[in-house]
Design a protein around this ligand. Structure first.
Ligand SMILES: NC(=O)c1ccc[n+]([C@@H]2O[C@H](COP(=O)([O-])OP(=O)(O)OC[C@H]3O[C@@H](n4cnc5c(N)ncnc54)[C@H](O)[C@@H]3O)[C@@H](O)[C@H]2O)c1
Length: 407
């Protein structure tokens, strides 16, 4: 059903009322709904814009004002659904649509380009994970520099982090509840290749041309002839994606990294392959990585798409253990001889909270829960892991030059 913004005169909801005095000049006209632009009208983009519309229907002053896609049928469908202005080019949306912030929900290879474009246009950004493709480390660093310089409100779309439990865990760990953190494990396990080969093909006869801008889709990826599968099922290909590591591990890692705040790694090694799903898919289905940090700590991130038996996220310290069991609870267990008490805390999580956090921060200029600094600490080891996997070498991070070296 089309949803059109009704004008709301007061700042309310999204925790904005108390923050009027700290508004950024760009948001100085506070007595109007926030105008959000959506870039990428596929599955995720529609779902996120739907959440914005749900917030609006709940009375929040926000609207999906403009949408952009390089594939005409999706663009038109989404524009109609949200009664929004529509654009074939993100640069034009950013220049002309008068939005406060954008949601970027395009394929991975486009994220860093469009985020840079949006930040330079003075817009705040909710960028879907992963922050960049694994071959785009230099662009990612450029984005970090721009966001720092311009104080952009930047939220990574890693919504699992958006639960107060992770802040509580961070506080406890920082207070020394489990001593020195020495060993950490997390992962993601799923059964099936539905996330890649199962991506919907809207039109098996689609062709590059006026209604489908193949050049804009490819961006800086290796240039290939148009293929229906590459366009609709891009997660099967290393040119645009990286498999479970870049697609899925961002979720458990971002909430974990909010809690342990590890900084940047010293070295990363990864192994994996196509153990279950072969054929024309070129991303691995099984991928394990080990990350070593200079302060003396290792993080193991494990997973396969061949079996959905999850592992708990466990943070092992010299004084105790924090265990995140599934989506349900967090437990502190002391080690023998420790004076710390054991306890358990429940929690749950929604993507709407994560979006609402972003929208609130546009008004208040506070730092969102999954800001770029946190996202960067997650993305760097994942980029190193992909390079380790592709080149069959250990990836080293040189902190002085911020370069990755393979050896
Ligand atoms: N946070 C989560 O839980 C979650 C869940 C699903 C997807 N995602 C992320 O969302 C992103 C999109 O995934 P999806 O499943 O919606 O993919 P999708 O293929 O369904 O949608 C991507 C859309 O982007 C469009 N597009 C391609 N190039 C473009 C360009 N240059 N400018 C504008 N539009 C362009 C495509 O035409 C398509 O409509 C991915 O990066 C994915 O990792 C996150």
């Amino acid at each position: 059903m089309p949803v059109r913004a009704t004008r709301r005169e007061a700042l309310r909801g999204l925790g904005a009322t108390a923050a009027v005095t700290s508004l950024n000049p760009a948001q100085a006209q506070a007595n109007r709904p926030l105008r959000v632009g959506l870039i990428g009208c596929g599955g995720r983009g529609n779902s996120l814009a739907g959440q914005v519309a749900a917030l609006q229907q709940r009375g929040e002053p926000v609207e999906v004002a403009a949408v952009c896609d390089i594939y005409q049928p999706r663009l038109e469908r989404t524009a109609t659904r949200f009664s929004a202005k529509y654009y074939k080019e993100s640069a034009v949306l950013l220049r002309e649509a008068g939005v406060d912030g954008v949601i970027i929900a395009t394929p991975d290879r486009l994220h860093v380009h469009q985020a840079l474009e949006a930040v330079r246009a003075g817009k705040d950004v909710y960028c879907e994970k992963p922050l960049s493709h694994w071959a785009q480390f230099d662009l990612l660093k450029e984005l970090l520099r721009e966001v720092r310089k311009r104080k952009t409100v930047f939220q990574v779309g890693a919504q699992w982090v958006s639960n107060p439990i992770w802040t509580r865990a961070a506080e406890q760990i920082r207070k020394g509840a489990i001593g020195k953190v020495v060993h950490v494990q997390t992962g993601y396990f799923r059964h099936g290749d539905g996330g890649e080969r199962g991506m919907p093909i809207d039109d098996p006869n689609a062709q590059a041309g006026r209604g489908l801008d193949w050049e804009a889709f490819q961006a800086d990826a290796p240039q290939r002839p148009f293929s229906v599968s590459r366009f609709f099922q891009w997660r099967m290909y290393m040119d645009y994606s990286g498999g479970p590591s870049t697609d899925l591990y961002v979720h458990p890692m971002t909430r974990l990294y909010r809690a342990i705040q590890p900084g940047l790694p010293k070295k990363v090694v990864a192994i994996g392959g196509k153990y279950v799903y072969n054929g024309d898919r070129d991303v691995p289905d099984t991928f394990d990585l080990l990350i070593e940090y200079p302060q003396g700590m290792t993080v193991a991130v494990l997973g396969t798409l061949g079996n959905d038996t999850m592992i708990d996220t466990v943070v092992r310290g010299t004084e105790g253990t924090v265990r995140f069991t599934g989506e349900a609870a967090l437990e502190f267990t002391p080690q023998p001889g420790s004076k710390q008490a054991g306890r358990s805390i429940g929690y749950d999580v929604t993507v709407q909270d994560h979006l609402a956090d972003f929208l609130r921060c546009i008004r208040t200029r506070e730092t969102p829960r999954a800001d770029l600094e946190l996202g960067y600490t997650v993305q760097v080891p994942l980029i190193m892991a992909m390079r380790s996997y592709v080149e069959g070498k250990v990836a080293y991070f040189d902190a002085a030059t911020e370069q990755i070296r393979l050896g």
